[in-house]
Design a binder for this molecule. Structure first.
Ligand code: ADP
Ligand code: MG
Length: 359
C-alpha cells in the first residue's frame, strides 16, 4: 500500500506547491476562515498549514492518513457530483509516503488537541495545546526519492510556485484570510473580508443559482461555495493581483441556461507583471480549461482586437452534475458534459462586458 501511495503521489505531487494546494483544499473543505502557511526553503524543507477549520476527532486521525479514506464521499456514485475540493482520500496518504508528515488537530468537542508532533508517527498520539483546527506539517519532500528531488528548481522558484498556489485559492475565497511566511518572514497577507458578503448559512449555493438538471444533487457541499458578488471579490483581487488590475478591469456577472459566469476582466491597460494571470474557477475550484480559455480568448480577440494574453478572474458556476472533476488526479482539469454551452456562456459574458461603452 505504501508503494501504491507513492505511485499515486507521483501523479499528484510534483513539487512543494502541489502539497500546499492539497493541504489548503483540505483546510477549506473543513470550513477554515484563517490559514497560516509557513515555508522553509521554498517549501522543500518545510510546509506547515495551520487552519481554524472543524478539526479531526482524535480517533479519526489515523484514518485521515489512510489511502482512500475520505470523509467527503460516501460511495462511488457520489464522485459524480462532488462539490468539495478533495474527494479521493489520497492526498494525505500520498504526501505521507514521500515526505515526513505530522498532524495535529482539535475538533470542536475536544478539550485539547492530539497529534503526532514529531515526524515519524511510530509513537502514540500525544496531547497538545491548540485551538480548534488542524496543523499539518510536511518536512523534507522527496527525501526518499533523490531523483525526484533533483528535479526541483531553486528555492526561489519553488517559493514562487507556492505563492501562486495560494493566490489561486485566495482569489476565489475573499472570506478566508491567508498569511504566508517564508523563513520566518511574513511575505504575503490577505485579510478576510467578511463584512461584505456574509455567506448565507445553510444556503449551499448562491440564491440565484438555478441548475437546469432534473437530477437532484446527491452530495451536500461541505463548503458554502462562493461569496456572492463581484464587489465582494474586488478588495481581494486588489490585494492579490494589485491595485492596477482593479483600476483597469471591469466586473461581469452573466447568467443563463443554468450557468453563471462572473468575475473581472482586465483591460488593455493592465500592466502585465507575470505571464499567466489567467484565473478560471469551476464551482470554486481553480482549473486550467481549454474550453474556457478558448472562449475568453475569442471574446478578447473579437472585441479588443489583438489583446491575446488578457488578465482575468473568471468564476463559472453550474450544477456539479454537469461537470466531471474526476478527470485528473490533480483535479486541475475538468470535463464539461456540454462544452458548447459553457463556451457560449463564457464568450457572451466576456463580450458583453468588453463591448460595454465606458468613459
Ligand atoms: P480527501 O481530501 O480527498 O478526503 P485527504 O487525504 O486530503 O483526502 O484527507 C483525508 C481526510 O482527512 C479528509 O477526508 C478529512 O476528513 C481529513 N482532513 C484532512 N485535512 C483536514 C483538515 N485540515 N481539517 C479537517 N479534516 C481534515
Ligand atoms: Mg484532500
Amino acid at each position: 500500500d505504501a508503494l501504491i501511495s507513492q505511485i499515486a503521489a507521483g501523479e499528484v505531487i510534483e513539487r512543494p506547491a502541489s502539497v500546499l494546494r492539497e493541504l489548503i483544499d483540505n483546510a477549506l473543505d473543513a470550513g477554515a476562515r484563517q490559514l497560516t502557511l509557513r515555508l522553509q526553503a521554498g517549501g522543500v524543507r518545510l510546509i506547515v498549514v495551520e487552519d481554524d477549520g472543524s478539526g479531526i476527532a482524535r480517533d479519526e486521525l489515523a484514518l485521515a492518513l489512510k489511502r482512500h479514506a475520505t470523509s467527503k464521499v460516501r460511495d462511488l456514485a457520489e464522485l459524480e457530483t462532488v462539490a468539495t475540493m478533495g474527494f479521493r482520500g489520497e492526498a494525505l496518504a500520498a504526501i505521507d509516503s514521500i515526505a515526513e508528515l505530522s498532524l495535529c488537530s482539535r475538533s470542536a468537542e475536544a478539550p485539547e488537541a492530539h497529534g503526532w508532533l514529531l515526524h515519524g508517527r511510530t509513537g502514540e498520539l500525544q496531547p497538545a495545546a491548540r485551538s480548534v483546527g488542524t496543523t499539518v506539517e510536511v518536512r523534507e519532500l522527496f527525501y526518499a526519492t533523490p531523483a525526484r528531488r533533483k528535479f526541483l528548481k531553486s528555492d526561489a522558484t519553488e517559493l514562487a510556485h507556492c505563492v501562486e498556489a495560494v493566490r489561486r485559492h485566495a482569489l476565489a475565497r475573499p472570506d478566508v484570510g491567508f498569511a504566508i511566511w517564508h523563513e520566518g518572514k511574513l511575505i504575503e497577507q490577505w485579510r478576510a473580508h467578511n463584512a461584505h458578503q456574509a455567506p448565507q448559512s445553510g444556503a449551499q449555493q448562491p440564491s440565484t443559482y438555478q441548475p437546469d438538471a432534473t437530477q437532484p444533487i446527491a452530495i451536500e457541499p461541505v463548503v458554502a461555495p462562493l461569496p456572492g458578488n463581484t464587489e465582494a471579490l474586488a478588495p481581494r483581487m486588489a490585494a492579490v493581483l494589485g491595485e492596477d488590475f482593479l483600476a483597469h478591469s471591469l466586473p461581469f456577472d452573466w447568467r443563463g441556461g443554468g450557468l453563471r459566469v462572473w468575475g473581472r476582466a482586465g483591460l488593455a491597460q493592465v500592466a502585465r507583471a507575470r505571464a499567466d494571470q489567467q484565473y478560471s474557477y469551476v464551482n470554486g475550484r481553480f482549473v486550467r480549461d481549454k474550453v474556457i480559455g478558448h472562449a475568453v480568448r475569442s471574446a478578447y480577440e473579437d472585441v479588443l482586437h489583438g489583446q491575446r494574453q488578457p488578465v482575468y478572474v473568471l468564476l463559472l458556476e453550474l450544477d456539479p452534475a454537469r461537470v466531471d472533476v474526476n478527470v485528473h488526479p490533480s483535479k486541475i482539469e475538468v470535463r464539461f458534459r456540454d462544452g458548447r454551452a459553457v463556451h457560449q456562456a463564457v464568450r457572451q459574458a466576456l463580450e458583453q462586458v468588453l463591448a460595454a461603452p465606458r468613459a
